[in-house]
Design a protein around this ligand. Structure first.
Ligand SMILES: [Fe+2]
Length: 376
């Protein structure tokens, strides 16, 4: 065990003793791998230093889960050699391979979209699908794809990366919805093309770190129409109208609160509603200057808070249920620093029943102050 100044803490270090604020509030239990969020919390509480475990094999701890299983492989083992969930993914051979192919795919996507953006004639839509499908079909499971995408952020955050992500997420979503292969292909194409009009907006506006002026905000909000106009240059027998409508309507919301037209209910095309879910999911799992990427249960909570009525129930409920079910075997960290295992999903999917390391259970649907902060 050694002392590390809070400012020098690094993600993945393991706490040796419980970390508490000056007035005794628990920030993290002993044996917890530090996340960026936890380190930020410790800094904001003015905690000067933290006792960190030495880089030695851990003794059996309250977080040990017995024989190595898929589930147990997600558990912290209690020493600094055992990285966080995210670090484990990033160091896997599968991630290295995915990263290589993903980076190349984004390059190819930028080239493939150039004729659309430059309005210089036809583009190879089959080639666009051929860029995305090896990635969709190459992962072992849908969730492996999500894990990869969540951890790909530092690589590229351009509009092409976002478009690729929405295309890939839409492909998985189409499979979850059991759509026919041709429709999934079309949905992937819609995801790849949905934000193409953003290429017409100056990067210094798109990437502006501070608050937009009214004019800048109006310009950014014009991107669905810009995308639609670019795509409308192609006849319907070449480019399916649903792909064009997905570009125009992916910021519309079922309750009429979206833009550009404030459409409601069934006036919004099905493809646009599916792309909207994939688009928002990708935005939420992206790191922002003001917050770390959200973990899947935080994303579900954000959807639940933002209002599920904004999205079509047949899409949003299926999407969130699949995400929650896929991650329900994970060990998680609560916002009070305690670790536990999800043992039962409640109707409010972001607030399951969690069994803590001491064997006791917490029903998050009855404890509004507690929430899942990260996967372990
Ligand atoms: Fe958009």
């Amino acid at each position: 065990m050694h002392v590390v100044k809070t400012l020098q803490l690094e993600e993945g270090m393991i706490t040796a003793l419980p970390v508490k604020t000056q007035d005794g509030q628990l920030v993290a239990d002993a044996g917890i791998p530090l996340t960026q969020h936890l380190i930020a919390q410790m800094n904001s509480y003015g905690i000067p230093s933290v006792q960190i475990q030495d880089d030695e094999p851990a003794e059996a701890s309250v977080t040990d889960k017995g024989p190595e299983t898929d589930e147990a492989s997600h558990a912290p083992k209690g020493n600094a050699q055992n990285p966080t969930y995210s670090q484990r993914i990033k160091s896997s051979a599968g991630f290295q391979r995915f990263q290589f192919e993903y980076t190349k795919a984004i390059d190819d996507l930028a080239k493939g979209l150039a004729p659309v953006i430059n309005q210089s004639g036809t583009f190879d839509k089959d080639m666009l699908c051929e860029i995305a499908f090896p990635l969709i079909d190459g992962v072992k499971s849908s969730i492996e794809m999500f894990d990869m995408l969540h951890n790909m952020r530092s690589v590229d955050d351009s509009i092409y990366a976002h478009s690729m992500n929405v295309g890939l997420i839409s492909g998985i979503f189409g499979k979850w919805l059991k759509l026919p292969r041709e429709e999934i292909q079309l949905l992937v194409l819609a995801g790849l093309l949905h934000d193409v009009g953003k290429a017409k907006i100056p990067l210094e506006v798109l990437n502006k770190p501070g608050k937009y002026t009214d004019e800048e905000f109006a310009l950014v909000k014009s991107h669905p129409k810009l995308s639609y106009d670019l795509l409308s240059a192609y006849p319907d027998d070449f480019l399916d109208p649903r792909v064009k409508l997905a570009a125009l309507q992916h910021h519309e919301r079922l309750d009429g609160s979206g833009y550009p037209q404030g459409l409601q209910g069934n006036d919004i095309d099905d493809f646009a509603m599916m792309i909207a879910v994939a688009d928002v999911y990708d935005a939420m799992t992206a790191a922002r200057s003001y917050r770390a990427p959200l973990c899947p249960f935080q994303v579900i909570a954000a959807f639940e808070k933002e209002g599920l009525q904004k999205y079509h129930p047949k899409y949003i409920l299926k999407f969130l249920e699949k995400i929650a079910n896929a991650y329900q075997k994970n060990r998680i960290l609560l916002n009070d620093g305690r670790a536990g295992d999800i043992i039962f999903l409640n109707k409010q999917l972001s607030r399951p029943i969690v069994q803590l390391s001491d064997g006791s259970c917490v029903d998050l649907s009855r404890t509004p102050d507690l929430s899942i902060q990260s996967l372990l």
